[in-house]
Ligand binder design. Structure first.
Ligand code: C2E
Ligand code: MG
Ligand code: MG
Ligand code: MG
Length: 292
């Protein structure tokens, strides 16, 4: 017993743990500083209606332009802050930035929907709806209709009653919802029925193997079928090849997003990309030739 107490006591002053805490503190400080110094940037990845060859919107994806490390992808820094109040600060910065971009593209005659990923901890803040309302009010020239929030299916399932309430309140302001990474969160059908999201977003892990793995293909077919039954839109993410895109279209998938269509890019590159897409999109022609 004494030995055990001794060990516990030792752990209290464990220099390794103290070091780890200190380095974590430094990381968080560095991220806070990045926010203040304007080191974050949104990239935009197109979402398209493959059959019509039309762009339906853009997903905003955060990047950190680190002075020494270069362009840092979100999964290298968001997990560090996902349970801290910083995730709310970063999330609100993303919302402001996206709404500013909606206004700018509207002014240029491109009324594009922008989808913003919202972390679970951010979404579950008690004042989320009120804060969103305030942010929307600060951007009177950006219509909330063009803002979509992507919530992880797994996060939406954590507390379905409260999530449902938040979604409904946001929808009353015009904002729409997509359930991101859908298929990975084990939604039961009765849960899905309670979630008023407009869109299901098929996780890219299923799309990646859909041509080789008949179970992944069956999941995709199932999600598309669910979307039809619940009258929701369905989008596939991670579409890299025409073969994947064509099969998704044949199954009745409404929209698609992926490197095979367009990579995430800075906002300035979007107009040129859209012009190029409008002239060169081919998959609709492919459909007739290859799928009958
Ligand atoms: P997500 O929302 O599921 O976004 C899709 C991710 O897949 C993005 O990675 C995107 O660049 C990547 N991707 C798109 N098409 C393809 C493809 O064809 N093949 C492959 N292999 N990957 C593709 P990214 O930008 O690194 O973002 C990773 C995750 O970080 C996102 O997953 C999202 O959960 C999170 N995230 C990104 N930006 C934000 C943000 O502003 N706020 C929050 N809370 N989370 C964000
Ligand atoms: Mg997303
Ligand atoms: Mg996703
Ligand atoms: Mg994901």
């Amino acid at each position: 017993q004494a030995k055990q107490m001794g060990r516990n006591r030792y752990q209290l002053f464990d220099p390794e743990a103290a070091n780890a805490m200190q380095s974590r503190h430094r990381e968080l400080e560095r991220i806070r500083q990045a926010l203040q110094h304007g080191e974050f940037q949104l990239y935009y990845q197109p979402k398209v209606d493959m059959r019509l060859g039309q762009v339906v919107g853009m997903e905003a994806l955060i990047r950190w332009r680190h002075p020494e490390r270069g362009l840092v992808p979100p999964l290298q820094f968001l997990p560090l802050i996902e349970a801290s109040p910083l995730i709310v600060e970063v999330g609100e910065w993303v919302l402001h930035e996206a709404l500013g971009q909606i206004r700018q593209w509207c002014a240029e005659g491109r009324p594009l929907t922008i989808s913003v990923n919202i972390a679970a901890h951010h979404f579950q803040q008690r004042d989320f709806v009120l804060r969103l309302q305030t942010i929307l009010a600060e951007h009177p020239e950006a219509t909330p209709r063009l803002l979509e929030l992507e919530i992880l299916e797994s996060a939406a399932l954590e507390d379905i009653q409260s999530v449902r309430g938040i979604m409904t309140a946001c929808q009353a302001m015009g904002v729409r919802f997509a359930l991101d990474d859908f298929g990975t969160g084990y939604s039961s059908l009765s849960y899905l029925k309670q979630l008023p999201a407009e869109t299901l977003k098929i996780d890219q892990s299923f799309v990646r193997n859909m041509l080789e793995d008949s179970e992944d293909l069956a999941i995709i077919e199932g999600v598309i079928g669910l979307a039809k039954v619940f009258r929701k839109e369905v989008i596939a993410e991670g579409v890299e090849t025409p073969e994947q895109g064509l099969l998704l279209m044949r199954f009745g998938c409404d929209h698609a997003q992926g490197y095979g269509i367009g990579r995430p890019m800075p906002a300035e590159q979007i107009p040129a990309w859209m012009d190029e897409f409008a002239t060169n999109w081919q998959w609709n022609l492919w459909t007739d030739q290859h799928l009958n």
